[in-house]
Design a protein around this ligand. Structure first.
Ligand SMILES: [Zn+2]
Length: 320
């Protein structure tokens, strides 16, 4: 888990710059590296903002009845949804998600809950390195991630995402250290850690020996295209940050065509389609036209530490 001293990328905007300054100030005073909940400040989001906080706000707008695509980019449709929400909630209609709008927007969620408000919490937990699936189901993995986040941030560790936890999740840095948000490609508890370090049989790639029907998630946010061919079977190609991630042998796609996805969004369910001799998930990464060894990347995501840049992944050494 990253510590609360992790600095947010500059692109996260003015609100977080204030948080960053405050955290630096507290650190300079020699106060705890885990600031109390009162240190968190809501980020201020407006047209043009991007990042995990925007994705979370979009899920929350959907949860509040203003369905909005959760692509992490605050465009005209998000602006319209924010204004409609503000109007309905009796808040000044300015299209800016500041403290008043955030406070009205968040929904308290806990174990057993499901839906877009849970997805919003999962997106923000991943911003802080939780590495969980954004499936909208508040199960044991999400509960553990919430409690861990709470105890690391001076909050009562009750597993309930209420106003103080939302504020801390949205406002207190994070970012995964890599300038982006990352999530495991299958549920973390599905396979042991060693499975992510195994060599591939023929060329740089990774085969995860999962059963049929296991959810497969976007490793990071990007543009995902569902495809099918004789080799890959039912697969998804995900373009993000100059890299292309290919998932193969799905039993079923979660969608057809092309869409923008956030880290942890469901792409499909694993299976045995295409050139495959048994149920498994084939995963490969291409940067600059070369296949890269994905092992170091998926292991970092599994461990919840800052992943290496995909362009730094080796092109050999993972075949055996
Ligand atoms: Zn393979």
């Amino acid at each position: 888990m990253p510590t609360s001293t992790t600095l947010p990328p500059a692109r996260r905007g003015r609100g977080l710059a204030v948080v960053t300054a405050l955290v630096a100030f507290l650190a300079a005073l020699g106060l705890s590296s885990a600031p109390p909940a009162s240190a968190a400040t809501w980020p201020v989001l407006r047209s043009g903002s991007i990042g995990a906080e925007v994705t979370a706000a979009q899920h929350l707008l959907t949860a509040r009845g203003h369905a909005t695509g959760a692509d992490g980019a605050f465009g005209p449709a998000t602006d319209s949804a924010v204004r409609a929400f503000q109007s309905g909630a009796g808040i000044a209609v300015d299209g800016v998600v500041g403290s008043g709008t955030w406070s009205a927007l968040v929904v308290t969620v806990r174990s057993g809950d499901s839906g877009p408000a849970v997805q919003a919490a999962q997106v923000l937990l991943n911003k802080h390195g939780a590495g969980i699936g954004v499936d909208g189901a508040f199960g044991p993995g999400t509960d553990a991630a919430v409690r861990s986040f709470q105890s690391a941030n001076g909050l009562a560790s009750d597993g309930i995402v209420g106003p103080a936890t939302w504020q801390s999740l949205a406002g207190a840095g994070g970012g995964g250290g890599g300038g982006g948000d990352w999530a495991p490609i299958i549920p973390r508890d599905n396979l042991p850690r060693s499975a992510y370090g195994a060599p591939h049989h023929t060329y740089p790639a990774l085969d995860l020996p999962t059963a049929t029907g296991v959810p497969a998630y976007a490793i990071t946010g990007g543009t995902a295209t569902a495809m099918s061919n004789d080799r890959c079977g039912n697969g998804v190609s995900l373009s993000a940050g100059g890299a292309t991630y290919l998932y193969c042998h799905f039993d079923s796609h979660a969608f057809s065509g092309t869409r923008t996805v956030a880290a942890g969004e469901l792409l499909g369910r694993t299976g045995n389609t295409g050139n495959s001799t048994g149920p498994h998930l084939h995963f490969q990464v291409t940067v600059d036209g070369s296949l890269r060894c994905p092992q170091a990347l998926v292991l970092a995501v599994y461990d919840g530490v800052a992943p290496p840049a995909p362009s730094s992944l080796p092109t050999s050494g993972c075949v055996g």
